[in-house]
Design a protein around this ligand. Structure first.
Ligand SMILES: Cc1ncc(COP(=O)(O)O)c(C=O)c1O
Length: 421
């Protein structure tokens, strides 16, 4: 390194390319068939319309909302709206002044919580999370000076995370665990028994659980309380842990209300952790704009638009899943807006150097102009096994007609695919 080179955080070099960067490289040199219009099932970005009342709330706050620095803790009325939502949705009671904080989307908060929790001076600091996973967990662990420990999801159990395979020695040095329920990309929802096991482990080893619940409102049963995915706070309360010790949950408006550009969510749970997180966030400078706070308050207070949104996803999944199940190893997930599909085995030997999921994604783009994300990009190889290999993630975020069209093309693609030799 030349003497005058700028100093650089060496941990930055540990970060892996984001899945979409890898997809760009995979698709380099591929010319999509021009006979078909492009359809992307690749990016998990909601595309249903944002509700009009939310836009009006945003516009209505412009006059008053730009003239002051906001408090990091947010306005009491927003915290109250979030606590009221938690009470309606999960029947849990939290103190909005001690147990809840607004965040600028859960992505930044999932990252920042590792900065708040991890003590990298303790030997072997470890962060445990599912594999496949949302890539922020890994970057958060690495930049906080901890080692990630990847826990494979089990296809034989509807993609439940195989926490029981984590060695006792790893639990002993674990400081933080990310759970994701409903899961991205698997859609798996964690039942009460799984939460009970994790809470026991957290009690034994003293680690913090960060529960990422950003897909909690997208599920396929009818709109009664029984169909809605169990939340971690709800599980804790049902297990008699109403202080939510060592637990934080992360809830987002991005998917619930179709506003990924608003950057709004909240974190709730253990009061001592919330206090430490507030201190960290004050220095990090992550207060939410009052304009966004006003819109968020309105959004958390309304369920009608969430029900409409869910109806649209339900319709798409009920039409698309049976079609794709004719040619792929796929079933309706517990929740979320993803299908996590196994591709036909013949793709494994299709292109030298490409895994089956990569070959499938590449050929599908070339022949039918449909983009899907190779599952191996969402997971890491551990002991020679990448639990995403051979699967692709399809986000059913486009309008129903487009999703159906994509499914029809995938069926034709698979039916016409033959071993190359
Ligand atoms: C599993 C998971 N968690 C968190 C996020 C972040 O959501 P947001 O920052 O929009 O709240 C995403 C976004 O795609 C996600 O897939």
């Amino acid at each position: 390194m030349p003497d005058n080179a700028a100093p650089m955080n060496p941990k930055l070099s540990l970060l892996q390319p984001y899945p979409f960067e890898r997809l760009r490289q995979l698709f380099a040199g591929v010319t999509p068939n021009p006979a078909f219009s492009p359809i992307s099932l690749g990016i998990g970005e909601p595309r249903h319309a944002a509700p009009a009342f939310l836009k009006a709330a945003l516009a209505g706050a412009l006059d008053s909302g730009l003239s002051n620095y906001p408090a990091t803790a947010g306005e009491p009325a927003l915290r109250q709206a979030c606590a009221d939502w938690l009470q309606r949705r999960y029947r849990v009671l939290l103190d909005p002044n001690r147990q809840l904080l607004p965040v600028n989307g859960t992505r930044e908060a999932l990252f920042a919580v590792a900065q708040t929790v991890i003590d990298s001076a303790r030997p072997g600091a470890t962060v445990v999370f599912p594999n496949p996973f949302y890539q922020i967990y890994e970057g958060a662990a690495l930049l906080a000076g901890a080692q990630p420990f990847y826990v494979a999801s089990d296809p034989a159990r509807r993609f439940a995370t195989a926490w029981e395979r984590v060695p006792a020695a790893v639990w002993a040095r674990t400081q933080l665990l990310y759970a994701c329920s409903p899961g991205n990309p698997t859609g798996a929802v964690m039942p009460l028994s799984e939460w009970a096991d994790l809470f026991d482990l957290s009690d034994q080893h003293g680690f913090v659980i960060a529960s990422d619940e950003c897909y909690s409102e997208i599920y396929f049963g009818t709109d009664d309380a029984g169909a809605a995915p169990l939340g971690a706070l709800q599980a804790a309360q049902q297990l008699g842990r109403s202080d939510f010790k060592n637990l934080l949950t992360f809830s987002s408006l991005s998917k619930r209300s179709n506003v990924p550009g608003l950057r709004s969510g909240f974190v709730a749970g253990d009061a001592a952790l919330i206090q430490a997180f507030l201190l960290y966030r004050t220095y990090h400078g992550s207060a939410m704009s009052p304009v966004v706070q006003a819109a968020s308050r309105a959004a958390w207070g309304d369920e009608a638009h969430v029900q409409d949104n869910r109806r649209l996803y339900r319709e798409k999944f009920s039409q698309v899943t049976p079609l794709l199940a004719q040619v792929l190893d796929v079933a309706l997930p517990d929740a979320s807006f993803y299908l996590w599909a196994g591709v036909p085995a013949l793709f494994a030997a299709r292109w030298p150097g490409l895994s089956a999921d990569e070959a499938f994604a590449r050929d599908l783009l070339a022949q039918y102009n449909v983009t899907v994300l190779p599952g191996s990009y969402l997971a890491r190889e551990v002991d020679g096994h990448n639990p995403g290999r051979g699967r692709v993630r399809m986000a059913l975020v486009a309008h129903p007609a487009e999703c159906l069209q994509a499914a029809g093309r995938i069926v034709r693609f698979c039916e016409s695919a033959a071993p190359l030799n």
